[in-house]
Structures are given as structure tokens and as C-alpha cells.
Design a protein. Sequence first.
Length: 571
Amino acid sequence: MKAHFIYIILTSLLLLPVSTFAQDLENIKNEKSFEIHGTVGAGTTVFTSNSPYQYRDPFAWNAYAGLTMKIYGIELPFSFSISQFSKSYSQPFTQFGLSPTYKWVTLHLGYRSMTFSRLIFDGQNFLGGGIELKPKWFRFGAFVGRLNKAINEDISLDHHVQPQYSRLGYGVKIGFEEKFGSININYFHAQDKTSSIKEIKDTLNRIFPQENTALGMNWSFRIIKVISFKGDFAFSVLNRNVFYNPLGTVNEYEIPKFLTAFQKVNATTVLGYAGNASLGVNLKWFGLTFGYRRIQPEYMSLGTPYRVTDIEAFSVIGNTSFFKRKVSLNASFNGQHNNLNKVLLSSIHSKVGNLNIQINATNHWNIAMGTNFAHVIQKDGLVKLSDSIRMNQLMVAAMIAPSYNITSGTLQHSVSSSVGYTNLFDYNPATSNDVQGDNINASANYGIQFLRKYFGLNVGLSYNVYGQKAYRYNSIGTTIGASTQLLKTHTLSLGGNFGYFFNKSNGVKAGNNFMFSINSGYSVKKHTFGLYASYLISPPVLLNPMDKIDIVPHYVNTTNFSAGVNYSFSF
């Protein structure tokens, strides 16, 4: 009954703009009766490979459109995308949506998305209706619709389809926004329709219908001109299986009524909370931000399907510049761990840090330098771990990349290079010999553009060494490319690249790589055509002994060809 009542309220709110439009009809004479602009297009690709892993379809196509109609000042954005996957069992690839806007009123119809907060509702499409109102400082939003389509179990396919219930949801957000900051209160509810799919027979595909409510608040304020405070907090109630009967008490304790006001509670109900906050100081020459994030293992919002739980994290981010902004520094540090409830056999702790320096020595010279590290260690939980089974790895990396650019008359020259080093240390005595390794990569590139002739050439050299124990895999090669624009209007573009790489394994030839690609484009008025093709061949690797084959990159001994054509019309 409560759900039906809320649906009625939300449906009524969607009708609010009618009176708003009526109030602004007096200005309609100043608007054009009809306008339309946007882009429509289509494309197709072909792909073939002798690889045993078919990771791309041999033929693919798609059609799309992004249009905006304007009728007497009312904007009606419309978009759709169709491909050969349009009949997919998962979220449909054929989606139609409309978001008309008039002044501070926006409607969402069809397949749309709205953002409440990253903890409550974000990154989730719905099929239904929504509204957003932004008059002056007041903010209001609401939606109602289907979040997931029903998918029945199908074990007759080569790849079993994971079933899922049809899921309906609705949400409301209300708040204010001014120059000094904003605050919003967010509410979200979702429930699976138990009769939407047939009974599941395969126990590996066993899923249960769920119900979820999330309530929270997010804010962003400037305490003073140079200090800002941002945050997001949410509380959730999740029934993992709605088939269980509702409960009124737990262990002779009555369940608080404020909790059952959100949704019914049963034996599968879990409560959780999550939050994050940051405090930042921003000066002209210096910035520093402290962050904290905590997401309990039991926290779950069905409106944020990809959120990680059971994590506590701290972060520090800083930046500064000096010598009249010719030198800038950016640094960050993040530490996090799981097992917040101390119920796991072990916990994972990680620390990540980086430092980047950008030097703009002159208008022509630039140097980028950076270093970073990542340390992951497994610590004791309910059991005590020995060093031979404990994960304990440290990766460090460093790079430097100078570049030089200059334009002289009708010529533009660009020279760039980079050197990078990465090393992975493994402190586990049982796995260090198989995991520990280092990598060195270096490259140099030169490009020249003939500005008046609309023609350019580029050449590059690269060198890579991957080492593990006494094993070394070397690769050195070159790439050559060219591009040009033809016709008097320079609307026909052509480009291509060629590359060849010599590879060795412990001093023995390991097969060479060959690749080339071409692309072209033609634009005439509102029409754009594109064509591309690429070919990559990696001969078999000759290793001695053959037991090293498992540590050679998987792309060797393959031949890949891909090509495609596309067309778009903009108006």
C-alpha cells in the first residue's frame, strides 16, 4: 500500500510543469515555432583472426542518432542507438529517450538516467519518467520506472544466460544550491517482481528477489573562500530474499518502527551505512585535500550496481607550482583495507602513492617526470598466516618524457622521447621466483608537418625489455606514418602507419611483429564518411626451452585483420 501511495505522489509530481508552461506562454511569441539539429549515423566493421579466443564478432553494425527539437523555446532532446545486439538478453541496446527542457523544468521520458548521489543512485538507467526542477536556489528531482528487465533462465545456449527478475524503482531528491554550496536529501527504493520470471532449475543460476531502500544526504560547502568541505552519507536496508515472512521482533527485541517504515524486515534483512568526506584547501599556488571513505560490508544500494563494499580508505592529494608556474608538482597518497567487521580469515591492506612533475622550460621545451608505488600486503584475520602463503608485493615505477616543438616558416617540427622503468618485488618466498620481474621501455619520435601542403610525416623507435629471473624478452622496432589532406577544400584526409618489430628471447630470435593500418575520411557540407583498415601479424615464437612459452605475451603467433566504414550527417 505504501509503495502504491508513493507511486501516486511521483506521478502527480510529473504533471507539475503544466502550470509552469502556462505561466510562460506570454513569452512564446518571441520564440521560433520549430527548430531541429543533431547528428545521425551508422557504421559497420569486419574482423578476422586466427586466435583461438574469439573476443570480437566477425561482423558488427550500429546506427545512432542524437537530435534536439525546439518547439517555441521548449527543448526536446532525443537519442537512440541500435546494433546487432539489440535483442540481447541483458540490458537492451535499442534505447529511446527524451528529455524536454523548458527554462528550469526538465522531463525525462523513456530510457533515461539521473544522478542523486554516488552512494544511492548513480550509473543506473531506468525506463519510465522523471522530473527535475531548478527554480533559483531550490532543487527537486524524482523518477519512477523499470531498472532491470526480466530475463528467464536459458541453459540451451553455448553460454548460459544469467536470469534476473524485473526490478522497479523510484526515487526523490530535494535540496538547495547557492554560490557558497549545496545540500541534497536523497531517497531511493527498488523491489524485484517475484512473478516476472519462471522458476529457476539450475542451482548454479539460483538468485532471489530483493528489496532495497536507501536514504542519505550529500553536500558541498565553502567554509571560507579557500576551504571547501564535501561529503556524502547513506543508510540502506536490504532484503536479500523477499520470499521470507516479515518479522516484528528479533531475539525478543521489537524491531524499531522507524526501520519498518522504510520497508518490511525479514530473516534475510541487512542494515548498512556508507560515507565519504573531503576537506580541501585551495590557494593560488597550493592545494591540499584530505579524504576519508568508509563503506560497510552490509551496505548495498540497488541504484549503484557496481559499488565496492567492505572498505575503509584515507587519501591525501596535493599540488603546487612555482617559478611563475613553469614548474608544477602533483602528489597523492591513498591507503585502504577491508575486513571492517573482523570476520574474514585475512585482510588486504594497500598503499598507493605517486609524484608527478611538469616542467615547461620554454615555449618549446617540456619535460614530464613521474614516479609511483603500490604496496599490497595480506594481514592476519581470524587465522595467522605464514610468509609462504601471505601476499606481499611492492611495485615501483618511474618515467621521464622530454619533448620539443617548434614552428619555423611553413614547417612544424616535434620531437619527443620517454624512458620508463617498472619493478615488481614479491616478498613471498614461495612465489617470488615466478612473480618478481622488471620492465624497461624507451621510445623516440619525430614528426614534421608541411603546413601549406597539408602533409605530415612521423617516425618512431621503441625498445622494450621484460625480465623475470634469468629470462629476458627484448623487442626493438620502428613505426613510420604519414597523413595528408587532399582536394582544394582539404576535406579528404588520408593516413597510414607501418611498423616492424624484432624480438628476442634470451638472445634467441623469437619471431618478429609486422603491422600496418590505413584510414581515410571525407567531409562535404553536413556529411562525413570514414574508412579504416588494420592488419597485425605476429609469427610463432621460437623458444628454447619450450617451457617458457607461458610467459610470452599472448598476442604472438596471431594474425588479425579489421576494417570498418561509417557515415554521419549533422544538421
